[in-house]
Design a protein around this ligand. Structure first.
Ligand code: SAH
Length: 374
């Protein structure tokens, strides 16, 4: 407990609660993740074996490579615009972008020559890491705080494990109706959940869950919806596509998915504020609905396993293993399996594609298996 030390995030949150009352989850999450000094993402590189969690691009280079080839395919389908913005949201260490650019350079040099790379990132530590990782790409990326700052023109957006990090609200159905879940300060230190004394507005709740039984929890994320709306509106007016990859559910469903991860283990979200990664599952049905509502086409979501298999992960793993020693070859195979197998990341992670309005969904969302690997 650090309630006594005035310099910790716990003390800062207690001060805010003492001043203005309990915080909703979105406020709590955004302080924990983005507080200028002690925010989780502001002060560290959370990725990899020594950090708190590992992501698909950190598991295998094939992940970023296949996404790069997918982008090259989209550029062709867009009739090879002379310039195109390749935008990544929350690029972590820059690994996905670096692997994508390497694959693009070798498979589609003309596409490479037409690219401007944009990274939407709030963390100064990770911006620095991204600059280092992308040094060898030969391209100078542009950094932005918000997706709305990307200059006009044809664009492809990539987001892997970005939407899960954006703040959510939770509502619980009590005997007296839906109430927002709040974070309160415990007397002796630490935090606990409480419920707002006010009934939630119906318009703040997911329409599909209004009649969920007593005790149900509903999650919403205006922050995610705002980012998605910005991208969808842009795609409705200017040519482009977006690929959103994350853990989550295909259909809106009740349930508490708010989670904390520290040193590769699940932790308690209200403990160690600012020291654990806080996320929740992404409601893909809501994202797809908002895309449609703002003039973009939404394709999928399909599972990550299906997506990577259709794009040719197995062939690429075999070709990478070709000249490798047996130990490396078995690591390559194990990494590919981790990304695709239903028991590991293959089913939990989903891929949603947005495009400018089109009669023809891009592969592999057209459900025909298309191998993009060379
Ligand atoms: N895409 C990377 C990293 C995922 S971690 C990978 O797959 O490895 C989440 C990333 O989103 C980090 O880079 C984090 O700093 C960034 N991020 C989190 N919240 C953000 C926000 N509100 N705006 C911009 N970037 C954010």
């Amino acid at each position: 407990m650090n309630a006594e030390n005035p310099d910790t995030l716990e003390a800062e949150i207690r001060r805010r609660i003492a001043l203005n009352g309990p915080l909703n989850l979105a406020r709590y999450m955004s302080i924990c993740l983005s507080h200028a000094e002690h925010g989780y993402y502001m002060s560290r590189d959370p990725l990899g074996a020594l950090g708190d969690f590992t992501t698909a691009p950190e598991i295998s280079q094939i992940f970023g490579e296949l996404i790069g080839l997918w982008c090259a395919h989209i550029w062709q389908a867009m009739n090879t615009p002379r310039r195109l913005h390749l935008v990544e949201l929350g690029p972590g260490r820059g690994t996905l972008m670096s692997d994508a650019l390497r694959a693009i350079r070798s498979a589609a040099p003309r596409f490479m020559a037409s690219l401007d790379v944009h990274l939407v990132e709030t963390s100064p530590v990770l911006r620095q890491k991204q600059a280092q990782t992308l040094q060898t790409s030969g391209l100078d990326p542009f950094w932005h705080d918000k997706v709305g700052q990307i200059p006009p023109g044809p664009a492809i957006f990539i987001a892997n494990e970005f939407f899960d990090a954006l703040p959510i609200h939770q509502y619980q159905r009590s005997a007296k109706g839906w109430r927002e879940r709040l974070v309160t300060a415990r007397k002796g230190g630490g935090f606990a959940y409480g419920l707002s004394p006010l009934e939630a507005k119906e318009s703040d709740l997911p329409p599909a869950l209004l009649n969920a039984p007593e005790g149900s929890i509903a999650e919403t994320s205006p922050a995610r919806e705002a980012v998605l709306k910005t991208i969808a509106k842009r795609l409705s007016r200017q040519a482009g596509a977006a690929l959103i990859i994350d853990y989550g559910h295909i259909k809106t469903a009740p349930g508490d998915t708010f989670q904390a991860v520290m040193k590769h283990e699940y932790a308690t979200p209200l403990e160690n504020p600012g020291k654990a990664d806080l996320t929740s599952h992404v409601d893909f049905e809501t994202l797809a609905r908002i895309a449609h509502g703002n003039g973009a086409a939404a394709h999928g979501p399909i599972t990550q396993g299906k997506f990577l298999t259709a794009l040719g992960i197995e062939a690429r793993a075999r070709s990478l293993s070709g000249g490798a020693d047996p130990e490396t070859a078995s690591e390559i195979a194990a990494a590919a399996k981790r990304l695709t197998s239903a028991e590991q990341m293959g089913d939990l992670f989903k891929v949603l594609c947005l495009t400018s309005p089109t009669p023809q969904p891009p592969p592999p969302f057209d459900l025909r298996t298309r191998n993009l690997a060379p």
